[in-house]
Write a protein of this length. Structure first.
Length: 217
C-alpha cells in the first residue's frame, strides 16, 4: 500500500476511534454505565498484547485522540526518559490501581456509581495526557499508560519489527514518523535484525514511509 494511501486510511480509522472516545466521555456524564468501557479497553489491550504486542495502542480510542486531535497543536519535544522508566510505570500503575480499588470498594455494589467513577477517571487522566501531549509530545501519556505498560510486559516479543541492514541507509525517516519517538534504524546490527522495542505500537508508519523498504513486520 502506498504511503499516502496508508496514512489516509489510518487517519480515517483514528478519526472514528477518537470521535467515539469524545462522545463516550460526554455521554458518560449522563449515562454512567458507559464508564465500563474503560474495563473493555484495559482487557482488550492486554489480550491483544499476548499475540500482537502493543498493537491495541495504535487504534486505542484515546491514543487515536492524541494522534488525530492533539498532534497538530503539540510542541513535539523529546519525551523525557523518566516517563519510560519502569519505576515510573510501576508507580503510575500502582497509584491508579489503588484509586480504582478504593473507589470500587467505596461505591460497591452500585453499578451506576462505579460507572460514574470510571468516567471521571477517564476524564481526569485524559486531561493529564492532553496537557503532556500539548507541552511535550502527543503520545507522552502512552509511555507510562498502565494498559500500555502491561501490554509492553506481556507482548514484548510478539509481532516484532524487522530491519534489513543491507537496505537501510540511516536516513532517519522511520524515527521522524514514529509516534512513540522510537528509532528502528538504531537496531541495525546484521543482515536482518529484529527491532526489539516493546513500546512499538505496530502502527506501520515506519514500514510504509521507508523509501528503501528496509522495514517489515
Amino acid at each position: 500500500m502506498a504511503s499516502n494511501e496508508f496514512n489516509k486510511k489510518r487517519s480515517k480509522i483514528q478519526l472514528v476511534s477518537s470521535s467515539f472516545f469524545i462522545l463516550l466521555l460526554l455521554a458518560g456524564l449522563f449515562y454512567p454505565l458507559l464508564g465500563y468501557f474503560a474495563i473493555v479497553c484495559m482487557v482488550s489491550g492486554i489480550v491483544i498484547a499476548i499475540f500482537k504486542g502493543r498493537k491495541w495502542c495504535d487504534f486505542c480510542p484515546r491514543g487515536s485522540f492524541w494522534d488525530y486531535f492533539v498532534k497538530p497543536f503539540s510542541r513535539n519535544k523529546k519525551i523525557p526518559a523518566v516517563f519510560s522508566k519502569w519505576h515510573t510505570r510501576f508507580f503510575v500503575m500502582m497509584l491508579l490501581m489503588t484509586m480504582f480499588t478504593i473507589q470500587i470498594v467505596k461505591r460497591w455494589p452500585n453499578p451506576y456509581s462505579i460507572g460514574s467513577f470510571f468516567i471521571i477517571f477517564l476524564i481526569i487522566t485524559t486531561i493529564v495526557g492532553l496537557l503532556l501531549g500539548l507541552f511535550i509530545q502527543q503520545r507522552t501519556w502512552c509511555r507510562f499508560c498502565p494498559v500500555g505498560s502491561m501490554g509492553n510486559a506481556v507482548g514484548r516479543n510478539k509481532y516484532q519489527l524487522k530491519i534489513d541492514s543491507k537496505k537501510c541507509t540511516d536516513c532517519g525517516i522511520c524515527a521522524k514518523v514514529c509516534p512513540m519517538q522510537l528509532n528502528p534504524s538504531s537496531h541495525k546490527k546484521k543482515s536482518i535484525e529484529i527491532v526489539n522495542e516493546p513500546d512499538c505500537i505496530k502502527c506501520k508508519l515506519c514500514v510504509n514511509s521507508c523509501p528503501r523498504k528496509a522495514l517489515k513486520f
